[in-house]
Write a protein that binds this ligand. Structure first.
Ligand SMILES: NC(=O)c1ccc[n+]([C@@H]2O[C@H](COP(=O)([O-])OP(=O)(O)OC[C@H]3O[C@@H](n4cnc5c(N)ncnc54)[C@H](OP(=O)(O)O)[C@@H]3O)[C@@H](O)[C@H]2O)c1
Length: 323
């Protein structure tokens, strides 16, 4: 079968199409014929070496897949065969025509949901739902959604009011993404590429933010503390797009009575997984999250596109065998 092998850490060119043996499902696993493989922003960081991979290269790259179950391993109910599902690998193996994943990681794709849309939503939409449940919004609060034009942020904007936000402020980089974040439903969009963008939060009414969904991390998280509602402001930290986690200590939070919740780690990922079925059920009511579909052998080009920060939606890989 065709697969994309990560040959070393480095630029997109380390993702090379190769012929490799088709995997066989071990006990507790399913074999999936891949139809749509989402290219994830964190994957670009693993490929570049910014974050360590658990399996050293060379290895078949990739974390997530959507497609049809074509075989099951020992101990897996045989009626899973023939189902369309989304699934996670254990960190390797999804950029391929056939993919093994644990049966526990699978979630059925509801009838009528296109497989590419399911692949696009499975990570970002589920993280957004878990974040909104954690935020526990009251119905009258103001939220700040960083990097709101794409990925997790785009789902947060679309769903925030349903979960109790009264006022939605977002950030995005550049005019096209600002326009996109507005179209998704943000009341105010601030360009996070501007110096001191956090100063602009006071321009909106009400002038403080109750919940910050922080994907940028770094120094901007510190600057935001002054804009948060004293006594009830809460920051949900789930990403480090600036390259460093939120630079916030307990001593920074205590004077304002603020809280920071770290949305990461195994328990967090369990919450995200439990939100997946709800996410897929919501896909028909949400804006399309697919920017482009490329053939599997163009995985390197797909990573270039994601790193360009130009796409307004997910880049999806499609193996030729699935066409
Ligand atoms: N904790 C979790 O469970 C979890 C799960 C998934 C993702 N994450 C993290 O959440 C963050 C967002 O992920 P995503 O999948 O939603 O991302 P994404 O939308 O697919 O891509 C990242 C977006 O962030 C913006 N951005 C801002 N600063 C950036 C920078 N310095 N470098 C690159 N992009 C930058 C870019 O938009 P502009 O052009 O508008 O700047 C870009 O479109 C990432 O840090 C990711 O690792 C966490």
């Amino acid at each position: 079968m065709q697969a994309i092998v990560m040959t070393a850490t480095g630029g997109p060119e380390v993702l090379v199409p190769r012929e490799v043996p088709r995997p066989r499902p071990a006990a507790g696993e399913v074999l999936i014929r891949a139809a749509a493989i989402p290219v994830l922003y964190p994957e670009t960081q693993l490929r570049s070496g910014a974050f360590p991979t658990t399996t050293p290269p060379p290895m078949v790259f990739g974390f997530q897949v959507a497609g049809e179950v074509v075989d099951v391993g020992a101990g897996v109910a045989s009626d899973l065969a023939g189902r369309l599902v989304v699934a996670d690998t254990a960190g390797v193996g999804s950029y391929a025509e056939f993919v093994c994943a644990s049966a526990e990681s699978t979630t059925p794709i509801p009838a009528g949901v296109p497989v590419e849309e399911a692949a696009a939503a499975m990570m970002s939409g589920s993280v957004a739902l878990a974040l909104l449940e954690t935020a526990n919004l009251t119905g009258s609060e103001t939220v700040l959604i960083e990097a709101g034009a794409t990925g997790v942020g785009s789902y947060l904007i679309q769903l925030a009011r349903e979960f109790g936000a009264a006022h939605v402020i977002a950030t995005a980089g550049g005019a096209t993404k600002i326009e996109h974040a507005r179209a998704l439903g943000a009341d105010l969009v601030i360009d996070h590429r501007e110096e001191r963008w956090t100063d602009r939060i006071g321009e909106s009414a009400p002038a403080t933010v109750d919940v910050v969904f922080d994907s940028l991390g770094g120094a901007s998280a510190t600057a935001l503390l002054a804009a948060m509602t004293p006594g009830s402001g809460r920051m949900l930290s789930y990403g480090w797009l600036t390259g460093a986690p939120a630079q916030v200590s307990a001593a920074d939070l205590i004077p304002g009575g603020l809280t920071l919740t770290a949305c990461a780690g195994a328990a967090w990922h369990g919450r995200v997984h439990r939100a997946r079925a709800d996410t897929l059920a919501r896909v028909p009511a949400l804006a399309s999250a697919v920017e482009t579909v490329l053939p599997l052998d163009e995985a390197a080009r797909a990573h270039e596109l994601v790193e360009s920060r130009i796409p307004l939606g997910k880049v999806i890989l499609r193996p030729s065998a699935s066409a």
